[in-house]
Design a protein around this ligand. Structure first.
Ligand code: SF4
Length: 458
């Protein structure tokens, strides 16, 4: 890159979910390795990279607006549109979005340096075939800058998804399930812990499916026709690592919950009893139309199993409102499920009609107005449930990961407890007589609750 026309500074505008965040970190590591440096702001950059989201309509629009906004502000700078939107609509956007100089999909991030070099020549579209996850993630271990909160890092253990929920465009964008090997994930976790990371958040579209893409032969040998999740094997391997750290498991499709992970979590308390299980609905009819195998009964039974095995378990979920065919009765089934499940946290999403998904052509669409109304009802009820659920932590002594010094003079800090995942749940408001370093772990007593947040006294 030294002889290239643009071996200079880039600015990355990150969008979307935490999986996109890990992609952004991976691209930054590759570009850093090729001699580019990160600019403090877009004004100082020679190249602006927009890491787009293409999952739902509103996110698509936001990504396009970002391109238009940056272009208006900087007519002469190079703009590269990366991420899910660029992958999904590479051809269409190449024609309709001339404000972007280059489109670079996220199927194989190892090509980012080449794509950026292309910018020196002409406008182009790069939507590569699906790449190898180990090259994308593990190959850069040790070089990846972290965009996550202090002390915490996301570790992507698999990419893509084979579940084919009928509303979801992710398999169209991210492709089929591809898992990294256990030694590869282990090496990355070891390296992150060596850098002082105290919380490893394992992510993937559905980490309950981890390893099913290469466990088929073994499962057959063991007499099963179904590929087996290797998540328990991965946790066993991580359990061998020494040190005091947290492992947080994010996004397990409830139909794919590998029960043996509970044995490991009972034994090794470093695996946080925090579960993000996207149930999506409580109506059997709607769940079936979504191509999900579970029912409200099986999901409640899973919740019961988890809570009885791990009494401190904290559960987060997501609900999708306004799926085609959702009647008042179906909505009521979701409310009943919400009451019985008493989830600690839940996020609500309005159904977005996505091209090329099976749900796109489903009949009996629900109006945006009714969807928004139902979403608001579920959110309001959940706010009360979440606050009540958090009350059970008051009076307990717990570890907290410090994230930010708000006012050192006053001894006021922000952090998180095990019941609070990064960026999505409430926070721990920490009062301390000692100076606390962001990224460090401290222990204190929960003395109260304010809204969704818990107050901790050190
Ligand atoms: S599990 Fe379903 S919702 Fe999640 S990424 Fe896969 S297809 Fe999409």
């Amino acid at each position: 890159m030294g002889s290239n026309q643009f071996p200079l500074r880039f600015f990355l505008d990150p969008f979307g979910c935490v999986k996109n965040q890990v992609d952004a970190e991976t691209m930054m590591a590759s570009l850093n390795g090729a001699g580019w440096s990160v600019a403090e702001g877009a004004a100082d950059a020679d190249l602006i990279i927009i890491n787009s989201c293409g999952f739902i309509e509103s996110a698509k629009q936001e990504s396009i607006n970002a391109v238009l906004g940056w272009r208006k502000m900087y007519p002469d700078k190079k703009i590269l549109l990366a991420g899910c939107l660029a992958q999904r609509y590479a051809k269409e956007l190449a024609e309709s979005l001339p404000e972007a100089d280059l489109l670079f999909g996220n199927a194989d991030l190892s090509g980012i340096v080449k794509a950026v070099v292309n910018l020196a020549g002409s406008s182009d579209t790069v939507a590569p075939p699906m790449g190898n996850e180990e090259e994308n993630a593990g190959g850069l271990a040790g070089k990846r800058p972290l965009l996550s909160l202090p002390g915490s890092a996301y570790v992507k253990i698999n990419e893509g998804c084979n579940n084919r929920c009928t509303f979801c465009s992710i398999p169209l964008i991210r492709g089929p399930l591809r898992s990294r090997s256990i030694p590869d994930v282990l090496a990355e976790c070891r390296e992150l812990l060596g850098r002082g990371i105290r919380e490893l958040c394992l992510i993937g579209q559905d980490i309950g499916s981890y390893g099913k893409d290469f466990s088929g032969a073994d499962s057959l040998l063991q007499g099963s026709l179904l590929p087996k999740s290797l998540l328990p094997d991965l946790l066993e391997a991580l359990s061998e690592l020494e040190g005091d750290f947290w492992v947080r498991l994010l996004y397990i499709h409830p139909d794919n919950f590998p029960l043996p992970i509970l044995d490991i979590m009972e034994r090794d308390k470093r695996f946080l009893p925090y579960f993000d299980l996207p149930f999506q609905h409580g109506s059997e009819k709607i769940l079936a139309a979504m191509n999900r195998r579970g029912t409200a009964e099986t999901y409640l039974s899973l919740i019961e199993t988890i809570r009885s095995r791990l009494p401190g378990a904290v559960l987060r979920s997501t609900f999708l409102l306004g799926f085609p065919g959702e009647t008042d009765e179906d909505f009521q089934a979701l409310l009943d499920f919400q009451d019985k499940a008493r989830l600690d946290w839940a996020g609500c999403f309005a159904y977005s009609r996505e091209e090329d998904t099976p749900a796109y052509s489903m009949k009996n669409r629900v109006s945006k107005k009714l969807t928004a109304e139902r979403k608001r009802i579920v959110e309001d009820r959940q706010a009360g449930i979440s606050e009540k659920q958090m009350d059970r932590f008051v009076g307990r002594e717990l570890d907290a990961l410090v994230e930010e010094a708000v006012d050192e003079e006053e001894g006021l800090y922000l952090g998180r407890l095990y019941c609070q995942a990064p960026e999505v749940d409430g926070a721990a408001v920490i009062n301390s007589d000692w100076n606390l370093a962001p990224g460090s772990m401290v222990r204190g007593r929960v003395i109260g609750r304010a809204g969704f947040d818990l107050e901790l006294r050190i």
